[in-house]
Design a protein around this ligand. Sequence first.
Ligand code: SF4
Ligand code: SF4
Ligand code: FES
Length: 258
Amino acid sequence: MVQFTLPKNSKISKGGYFKDVTGSKNIKKINIYRWDPDKNENPKIDTFEVDITQCGKKVLDILNKIKNEIDPSLTYRRSCAHGVCGSCAMNVDGINTLSCMKSHKDINGDINIYPLPHLKVIKDLVADLSTLYRQYESIEPWLKTKEKKSKIIEINQSKQDRKQLDGLYECIMCACCSTSCPSYWWNGEKYLGPAVLLQAYRWIVDSRDEERKERLKKVAGKLKLYGCHTIMNCTNSCPKGLNPAKAISSLKKMLATN
Ligand code: SF4
Ligand code: SF4
Ligand code: FES
């Protein structure tokens, strides 16, 4: 039988153990993926004992506590801390999520924290999203009108047309869905992935936009769209409760009937 193994320099080793110094009885062990591009070392898992009674409810609060009080070199992205910016996406306990939305009280036992999967790691929990942003740019995510009328007049939208954007405009491009998608793992350079396809659909169904046909043509490539095999991981992992798989199937339907 064929056996797969990671290359030597990708194998994760055991890292440091940072013992609690407070004597608290409410200690949680937090295991965090660490990798520093400036050190010629393999990635490792550091374990931190954290007094969770002296910490906010979310996983991001734990990371902030570790960074502020135990190890300032811990690196991760965050900004709004309210599920709006999408920057704190990471893999917590095996699921891609926003660390500022995920309650650590819902997790029994140790908490395992990794960067978003199947992306290059820049440092610790910071994954490289440049391919995804290039793909996002390729769908031209802004309103397009032929006569530049948006510069001159306000473009009205009926309540019904506006409703078409519900479940789409809320997307914060956190990439939890795309990095949960097996098709995106294997073909991330060619397949646009659920986050970008949901965004493409958002502009295609916007009644104010006048480039629907051109937009549809742009996403119609064999692998760009049809890389999706309806596995549904994307929808299950969206921390905003959106349904990118449905947006993708609507795109396929539109192309089949147009
Ligand atoms: S659809 Fe959900 S998981 Fe995907 S990028 Fe948007 S908010 Fe994030
Ligand atoms: S439904 Fe499509 S986009 Fe979503 S996880 Fe499955 S293959 Fe990926
Ligand atoms: S910090 Fe902005 S979504 Fe989590």
